[in-house]
Design a protein around this ligand. Structure first.
Ligand SMILES: Cc1cc2nc3c(=O)[nH]c(=O)nc-3n(C[C@H](O)[C@H](O)[C@H](O)COP(=O)(O)OP(=O)(O)OC[C@H]3O[C@@H](n4cnc5c(N)ncnc54)[C@H](O)[C@@H]3O)c2cc1C
Length: 461
């Protein structure tokens, strides 16, 4: 329930279309992961930074907790809202303001969907390199707030590396404009990074200047079967050396994941037999079709000649490439095993094999019928584990989390490579951050949001 006085003040700022209450709120989804209905007291839809600033000033004065929403594809309950909270959705701030071909860069409002940004850049011969399965729904404000990674980090970096300038509104309505369209700017603290990856707890991202790259003129994709984990880093190094910096994805799949996404009801057919322990999707983006294809073939030949891969298929056209990538992106198949617990951890490649084996052994010991699907952006040290152990009660969730996160201790791993902490991983944060780091995070939160109204309880309890 929102204070009626506050509601009417905010309606005066946003107009009736900018304020949703009652059924208009509860008929909306709470997000991709929960698939339940939204429980917030009200939902506000500003159209400009100034409107959002006015809304936040009013909420701050009233001590009203606020949860920012983008495309609701987040995977860690970062957008969870209770009946006492209001949601600020950036969905109407969906304008592309400028595309500067000289820089090259694109200035966007926070509510622009990733796919729209990709297509707009592409139409001008440019590339916004961020890419992930949720591209059709995730908004740039949400992607920035979670510092999303995705499929091309190995080549272009995380979202943090793709942002030149940024604008955000603080909990008290203050507008922080760091909209500098240049790569180099060492005039004091780089404030935009406070808002990248802080999951809406320090400010609401309203606009950004995105760094664009030349559109690649060639793409080469292959799918390899591999007999042992020890060969994978060797393949990665071989391709990195042979492809002259064009390697853009190195996505590993353990056998169980590959079988899941290449067996009905999954739509894709297996491009290689389903009998190998490991598979890797490799992708290279280059600038010259003929020479890149020859170089890609030569690099793969090197891998095969050295006996590092057991089998290999190269995508001969865009359709075959899309088919291979569709397997990698087909995370909907996990829904066959509801409930499932999803993890995105990171750890050094040298520890990965031992870590995965240890997690499996411990799961098998407690839940012999478990299903554990492992895959991920191995080139970035990032593994996804999706685990089903039967009933999804809190005790089994905690047990699975103890196994997955416990195995990271002593291996310099992180409980979140890319999805963030939200509510879901909050209790485990202390396993991968020092007390001093956590204290500094609290100091920052206190300084920027002293009343604790912005995405309260996310990341830090
Ligand atoms: C099929 C699928 C595949 C995915 N693949 C990947 C992947 O490969 N790599 C990866 O990193 N992630 C992946 N994700 C998850 C990823 O975190 C989200 O897709 C995305 O980053 C969140 O954007 P969103 O607009 O949906 O934000 P939301 O889900 O709406 O919000 C996410 C968080 O950001 C906050 N937030 C939203 N907008 C703002 C804003 N403007 N200002 C401040 N805070 C805000 C919210 O409060 C919440 O804490 C995947 C998700 C799905 C469903």
């Amino acid at each position: 329930m929102v204070d009626p006085q506050l509601l009417s003040s905010i309606t005066a700022v946003l107009g009736p279309g900018g304020v949703l209450t009652g059924d208009a709120v509860s008929s909306r989804s709470a997000g991709w992961i929960s698939r339940s209905s939204l429980k917030a007291a009200a939902l506000f839809r500003p159209r400009t930074t100034q409107e959002l600033s006015a809304v936040m000033r009013l909420c701050h004065a009233a001590g009203q907790p606020v949860v920012p929403h983008g495309g609701l594809t987040g995977l860690v309950e970062g957008g969870h809202a209770s009946e006492n909270e209001v949601v600020v959705s950036l969905e109407l701030m969906n304008q592309i303001e400028e595309l500067d071909e000289a820089a090259p860069s694109m200035t966007v409002q926070a509510g622009v969907v990733l796919e729209t940004i990709q297509q707009t850049a592409q139409a001008r011969g440019l590339l916004f390199p961020l890419d992930l399965g949720a591209r059709g729904s995730a908004m740039i404000g949400g992607l920035i707030s979670t510092n999303a990674g995705g499929n091309r980090v190995i080549r272009y970096g995380m979202t943090r590396n793709l942002i030149l300038g940024l604008e955000a509104v603080l909990a008290d309505g203050t507008i922080i404009s760091s909209m500098y369209p240049v790569v180099k700017n060492n005039s004091g603290y780089d404030l935009k990074h406070l808002f990248v990856g802080s999951e809406g707890t320090l400010g609401i991202v309203t606009r950004a200047i995105l760094r664009l790259q030349p559109q690649p003129r060639s793409q080469n994709t292959a799918f390899l079967a591999v007999n042992d984990f020890a060969s994978l880093p060797k393949i990665l190094n071989e391709l990195n050396a042979g492809l002259g910096g064009t390697l853009s994805a190195f996505e590993v799949m353990w056998n169980e994941f590959y079988r899941l996404v290449s067996t009905p009801p999954a739509k894709q057919h297996p491009p290689l037999p389903q009998t190998y322990p490991l598979y890797v999707l490799v992708d290279a983006l280059g600038s010259d079709e003929a020479t890149d294809r020859d170089r890609f073939s030569a690099a793969l030949e090197g891998v095969m000649d050295k006996g590092l891969a057991a089998d290999c298929v190269v995508a001969l056209n865009a359709g075959e490439r899309a088919g291979i990538w569709a397997m990698r992106d087909d995370v909907d198949q996990f829904h066959q095993f509801r409930p499932w617990f999803g993890f995105d951890v990171s750890l050094p490649i040298k520890h990965m094999d031992e870590y995965v084996k240890e997690v499996r052994e411990r799961l098998n010991a407690r839940w012999p019928d478990n299903k554990a699907f492992v895959f991920g952006h191995m080139g970035d040290g990032n593994l996804h584990l999706n685990i089903h152990v039967g009933p999804g009660d809190e005790e089994s969730r905690h047990g699975v989390e103890s196994i997955v996160y416990g195995g990271l201790v002593g291996r310099t791993g992180s409980i979140s490579a890319e999805h963030g902490v939200g509510l879901e991983k909050r209790a485990w944060l202390k396993m991968c951050r020092t007390p001093e780091e956590l204290a500094l995070m609290r100091t920052l939160k206190q300084a920027l949001d002293p009343k604790g109204i912005l995405n309260a309880g996310k990341i830090l309890a």
